[in-house]
Design a protein. Structure first.
Length: 208
């Protein structure tokens, strides 16, 4: 039976991924509930998206913490009262330490991990690197996140072609369209208890 997981969405910017999840929850394609939104910047528009949807939203500003550990202490303190089942990283540009949520943190990366990933590879930088390398395909990766950037067992991946006349913007739009499909699908699979982690691999079980 499908669970109705309580999601905590962590973001740093506009919140397009959050909006995609909210839209799919609203139209019944994703069975989940966003219980909390946490932003690492006070000016992140994702906070306004959350407020418009009536979702508790807080800022834990990365710049106010000199060390990553103290920043993560504050993040976990913000999460604790809401007891999320799954933490969803949605364009969150700082390293989140799973701690008590180990195995219950997801991330989406706009490239095919293990290529074009890790510290410094985010947003437009990823797509610029793909184009500079002359890659013929790119895509996105949904994975369980661990203590490293863009690392952890891969849940779903999808490919898009890199066209000869692509720019960073056109490639980014094509990849984002794929992210909008795969990220909610991975969350739905988790809610249906259909993901099994075996080492660094994730097995997707058939529907029950």
């Amino acid at each position: 039976m499908t669970r109705l997981p309580r999601l905590a969405v962590l973001l740093s910017g506009g919140g397009s991924t959050l909006q995609n999840l909210l839209d799919r929850i609203a139209d019944g394609r994703l069975h989940a509930r966003v219980a909390l939104v946490v932003a690492s910047r006070a000016d992140a528009f994702g906070l306004e998206r959350a407020r418009r949807a009536g979702i508790p939203a807080v800022t834990v500003a990365r710049r106010t913490f000199p060390a990553s550990g103290a920043f993560n202490d504050a993040l976990h303190a913000a999460l604790a009262p809401h007891a999320p089942d799954l933490v969803v990283l949605a364009g969150f540009l700082s390293l989140f330490e799973p701690r008590a949520y180990a195995g219950r943190v997801m991330n989406v990366h706009p490239a095919l991990i293990p290529a074009f990933c890790g510290p410094g590879f985010y947003g437009r930088r990823v797509h610029a690197a793909v184009l500079a390398a002359g890659a013929k395909v790119s895509g996105c990766t949904v994975h369980f996140a661990d203590e490293q950037y863009d690392h952890g067992p891969i849940i779903l991946q999808g490919c898009v072609p890199v066209l000869d006349d692509d720019t960073v913007d056109t490639l980014a739009a094509r990849v984002q369209g794929l992210e909008c499909e795969l990220y909610p699908r991975a969350i739905q699979l988790w809610g249906e208890d259909r993901l099994r982690v075996e080492g660094q691999r994730v097995r997707v079980l058939p529907p029950r």
